[in-house]
Design a protein around this ligand. Structure first.
Ligand SMILES: [Zn+2]
Length: 209
């Protein structure tokens, strides 16, 4: 028996996401009216414990290769920008044996941490998420981490859309690369007029976000 490689290739990750239903191909319409031939519903990959573990271990291996992260462990916080990333954050925390974990939520449209999360020791932060489509969630999380007085020392996502930022600019500090298992060439059309699936008459599936 051969040892599984700890960082699977992007095509293997995509295959895993496809197999679990997290990566879907078809003809999708967003609430914004945009059309796209692919859709990611990442929690579907994390409902299978084995898949979740493989993906989280792969992310943790990438993060350990960053000197800022490996030298700070275990006194590191793993941060999710939203409740959707909590399973990823818990699994990465376990793989890294990091001491802290917390996540942001939206209250009145504003991303924030739970009250009193700044109590006690606040470790330097590694931001993790299942997917980065535009980078906005990661960038907003950098802001609120800095408001806590903590440094951002790492960032990793399973899938990064290639047109979104590849690193986080941190004022007064070195930029932090956004590590990913898959860099994905996302395609979308602003409306049905230009959509190739509409031209083919393919049935539409409406997605919630
Ligand atoms: Zn269409």
């Amino acid at each position: 028996m051969t040892m599984p490689r700890l960082i699977p290739e992007p095509n293997e990750v995509l295959e895993m996401l496809k197999r679990t239903g997290a990566y879907r191909e078809g003809h999708f319409v967003y609430p914004s009216g945009q059309h796209t031939p692919h859709y990611f519903q990442m929690p579907l990959a994390f409902r299978y414990y084995d898949t979740a573990r493989v993906l989280a271990v792969a992310l943790s291996r990438k993060l350990r290769l960053e000197k800022d992260v490996s030298s700070a462990l275990p006194k590191v916080s793993i941060i999710s920008p939203s409740p959707g990333g909590i399973p990823v954050a818990f699994a990465v925390r376990e793989a890294l044996s990091a001491e802290q974990i917390y996540w942001a939520e939206r209250e009145d449209g504003k991303r924030m941490f739970r009250q009193y999360v700044n109590a006690g020791e606040v470790h330097p932060c590694v931001i993790v998420d299942d997917i980065s489509r535009t980078g906005t969630a990661l960038l907003e999380t950098v802001d609120i981490v800095r408001q806590l007085g903590a440094r951002v020392i790492g960032c990793a996502v399973i899938v990064r859309f290639r047109n979104s930022p590849a690193r986080l600019e941190v004022p007064g500090d070195e930029p932090v690369p956004i590590l990913s298992l898959v860099d994905f060439d996302a395609k979308w059309y602003d409306s049905g007029d230009a959509c190739s699936d509409c031209k083919k008459g393919a049935p539409e599936e409406h997605v919630r976000f």
